[in-house]
Design a protein around this ligand. Sequence first.
Ligand code: NDP
Ligand code: 2IT
Length: 453
Amino acid sequence: MASSDHVDLERFIAGVNRRNPGQPEFVQAVQEVAEDIFEFIADKEQYHEYQILRRIAEPDRVMSFRVCWEDDRGNIRVQRGWRVQNNNAIGPYKGGIRFHPSVTESVLKFLAFEQTFKNALTGLPMGGGKGGSNFNPRGKSDHEVMRFCQSFMTELYRHIGADIDVPAGDIGVGGREIGYMFGQYKRITNQFTGVLTGKGLEYGGSLIRTEATGYGAVYFLQNMLKNVGDSVEGKTAVISGSGNVATHAAEKIVQLGGKVLTLSDSEGFIHDPDGIDQAKIDWIKELKGRRRGRISEYVKEFKGASFHGDGARPWGVACDVALPCATQNELNGAEAQILVSNGCKAVSEGANMPTDLDGVHVFKQAQILYAPGKAANAGGVAVSGLEMSQNSARISWKEADLQQHLLDIMAGIHERCVEYGARKDSKVIDYVRGANIAGFKKVADAMLAYGVV
Ligand code: NDP
Ligand code: 2IT
């Protein structure tokens, strides 16, 4: 990179910092993308002239609202809700809803920004958005969650629509929450439309949406390994998280002949040297799903496994491949170094931005296969896009067809990353660069077509 470009990048990031005080996650996400885009657009005057990167890094709008609800003891509780509509250049805003106490405007702005590139990579017509609340579903009764979801939708409904903005699930929002929110939307508007995805199969949901993110992250891993003449079979895998994405990633690793050594939650991780097989994964799905339990309970059920508490993370366990599937910044530079030193060959991110900037630089420098979330976890939103298509056409596709679509979409994303991530000076594909440039180019070219709007 020419030194004058470098100054521009620094000035750009300084501006993002200045305009978004106290929003470190958002600045981090923009910086990771800008590092690659500045190099790509260095000789492309139109992107500069039309300030495309600056415009993508400024959400179209951010809505913030109060959400009041009544708990089971009759106390009135007050939460904050948001919807961030980042960019709709290539389709309606699309992206999940997160309920977690750590949710802030910064977290949702970073997620909506990342979603814009991810959705472009799928090849489907979807813009980028994200929403959520600092509501903590942990320990709440079904009725409390229902009342919260209804109150949240009573505000959100005016901002969304099947051709405007289509939310889905994310951390803390699964089938139960989507059901409550869809029911309330239908009640308020008297419309049955595809306004949310991740719906139940009885009311417009799509087969394999539940599995798609975790399966897709492993398909992406499979594509990266295949590209260097290798496969998932026989590989040991370290996975973090034990929710929707982590359990389905584990399931697909097992199906492809790999061995899963760890899973985790916010309290710590379990290490099972015998491998977490399908029967054990089914037990965890029940534990973390209907029973809403803690991962530490695993060691009481399965002897030979150990639990490492105090929020410990699994990256010190030696493995061939790693799949961070819990949350942002759960893997730092030192942990990335340990993974590499222990012989880890590939990392596929099921979560959004789980590796911090130092960690990203460690993986890039070590030249291991490293797939960023916006490429590796796009399978979930891709099948959401297919749910939208099915809803518009008022039909339901067969499971085998959807499975094939998911495989094809993940292979297509891999191809696009290879196209833009191949470097003359290295045999290893830079998947971060490939994903950033391929995602950016599609959105940017649509924005150029519209002029300044
Ligand atoms: P779930 O709510 O189903 O599971 C989240 C898991 O991550 C739980 O095991 C949870 O532990 C753990 N976790 C959450 N926050 C933290 C934290 N601060 N520190 C440590 N562990 C934490 O969510 P999903 O599986 O749906 O989402 C996981 C990740 O995947 C997120 O980054 C999400 O944005 C991303 N993603 C999800 C998609 C989807 O389709 N669902 C699509 C693409 C990406 P605990 O039980 O203790 O809270
Ligand atoms: O981060 C993500 O891609 C999601 N949470 C899924 C979004 C969606 O609209 O299915």
